[in-house]
Design a protein around this ligand. Structure first.
Ligand SMILES: Cc1ncc(COP(=O)(O)O)c(C=O)c1O
Length: 477
């Protein structure tokens, strides 16, 4: 019995087409067919259904089959049954209506730029699929059953222990697992700390930084105050009445210099004297090419610094895994904002990352990517020296992007010229705080990690060809 026309259902008032097909027995098929009829509006709310006997006769099924189906749908709330008024479609059983307004989405971009040198992404073609899969498999095999219950908002102990050991060894962070709270990345950390009311503004930030982070803070009602930058990094001696300062000490984002050692000490002195707090965004701290990475500022005073990191640059921004290393007095407040159970970060991903770190895969991957990015930076510097010697690469040999200094007044036209050549990149101005009263030199921010290995050479070649020619004053013999 695939289809049945029910037309003796006089109370329904019109023929009712019930599609009695699909898996399961007749009772199941009838329940499914009636649900469908209510859902798509063929059976309107309030409609009286035929008595068991007549529907059973029409469909060629037993009377009990219909009675059972009705009872099931009454229990589910699709139908109501009242003494004397028979079985009706429930008033609340709303038929499916087309959405009043389907939100318009931008059509997917089918063609990106020919050469993507936008900063912000590691080489995604290098994601360590096999090693991650091995960690995931081990994590799943070894996980006790309680892993599949609600997660601890602090994060899995296995991951916090692995991170505590790793951050001490690789970044000079001083902590223990009880001070680490897992989050989905730096942006999430900002939302928890400021959106959740753990910290309040005004917050000093570097005069150049990610606009996206400033927007998160503005949405949380936090006023950000730009700190000027010079060749030694943020001018922390200009800190005023702010309660906290957000810095990228290892590698200023995006201008590319490390915070001078005297300024690292000075900002800790400021925090101690003013009961202030330093937020350390350690977004690419592992990637230093000319020397060992400089340790985290957090190591100078774990009670005055919140150290924040994520795997977004080291592994992938799609994994959405990060951590906050907190002074003891903030742990309870942050956990209260996170709620009773983990609601953001998959516990299985946390266990995979713990295994990835403990098994040595994380170190191996970072070492491999360090070599790759270092060689890319070297290639960029060499190509510019040969083909565009008027353009200087500034900042230290570190991270996943470089800044090319341009002659004053040429940045906007250089970004445009690059776009004409199919090259996507940003100028430094795109990162400037709107209230900043200083500007660094004109420059281009080149995300040399972004292209895959085979696409990098052509991207650098195209970039060299698109750079502004030397002005007469700059011309070299
Ligand atoms: C300056 C800066 N901070 C932090 C991050 C990391 O952000 P998230 O962990 O939210 O992906 C990035 C981007 O990867 C960044 O550019």
């Amino acid at each position: 019995m695939a289809n049945s026309w029910v037309n003796s259902a006089e109370r329904i008032g019109s023929d009712l087409h019930l599609e009695m097909s699909g898996p399961g027995g007749r009772r199941t098929a009838l329940i499914r067919a009636l649900r469908e009829a209510v859902r798509d509006g063929r059976l309107a709310p309030g409609t009286r259904l035929p008595p068991y006997r007549s529907l059973a006769a029409d469909l060629g099924v037993a009377r009990n089959t219909v009675a059972d189906a009705y009872a099931e749908l009454v229990a589910e709330g699709w139908l109501t049954a009242r003494q004397g008024s028979g079985t009706r479609v429930a008033e609340r059983a709303e038929p499916l209506r087309p959405a009043a307004r389907v939100p318009k989405r931008a059509p997917p971009r089918v063609r990106g730029p020919r050469h993507n040198l936008l900063q912000g992404t590691p080489d995604v073609s290098a994601f360590p699929r096999a090693a991650w899969l091995a960690s995931y498999r081990r994590a799943l095999q070894q996980a006790p059953n309680e892993v599949f219950g609600p997660g601890d908002p602090a994060g899995r102990a296995e991951l916090r222990e692995a991170l505590g050991e790793y951050l001490a060894r690789a970044r000079g962070v001083r902590t223990e697992p009880g001070r680490i709270v897992i989050c989905s990345g730096f942006a999430h950390a900002l939302r928890l700390l400021f959106g959740g009311g753990v910290l309040r503004g005004p917050l000093a930030v570097e005069a150049y930084g990610l606009g996206f982070h400033r927007e998160i803070l503005a949405d949380a009602g936090v006023r950000t105050v730009p700190l000027p930058l010079d060749e030694h990094g943020a001018q922390v001696d200009r800190l005023g009445r702010e309660r906290a300062v957000l810095l990228t000490p290892a590698h200023q984002f995006p201008t590319g210099g490390p915070l001078h050692p005297a300024r690292r000490a000075a900002v800790i002195d400021w925090a101690r004297a003013r009961n202030g707090l330093v937020l350390e965004d350690d977004y690419d701290g592992e990637f230093r090419y000319d020397r060992r990475p400089v340790g985290a500022v957090q190591g100078l005073d774990p009670e005055r610094v919140i150290h924040i990191g994520s795997v977004s640059k080291s592994l992938s921004p799609a994994v959405r895994l990060g951590w906050m290393v907190l002074p003891a007095r903030y742990v309870e407040d942050v956990l209260a904002v996170k709620g009773e159970r983990e609601a953001w970060v998959s516990v299985l991903d946390q266990l995979s990352l713990a295994d990835f770190i403990v098994s040595g895969s994380y170190d191996r991957h970072v070492r491999r990517m360090r070599q790759r990015y270092r060689s890319r930076r070297d290639r960029l510097v060499a190509a510019l020296a040969e083909h565009a010697p008027q353009v200087e690469v500034t900042g230290v040999a570190a991270g996943l992007h470089a800044v090319l200094r341009l002659p004053p007044g040429t940045e906007a036209s250089a970004v445009k010229a690059a776009a004409w050549q199919g090259i996507a990149l940003d100028g430094l101005a795109a990162f400037r705080h709107p209230d900043a009263d200083m500007a660094v030199s004109d420059g281009l921010v080149v995300g040399y990690a972004t292209p895959s290995e085979h696409a990098y050479g052509p991207a650098v070649e195209a970039l060299c060809g698109a750079l502004p020619p030397p002005s007469t004053g700059d011309a070299r013999p």
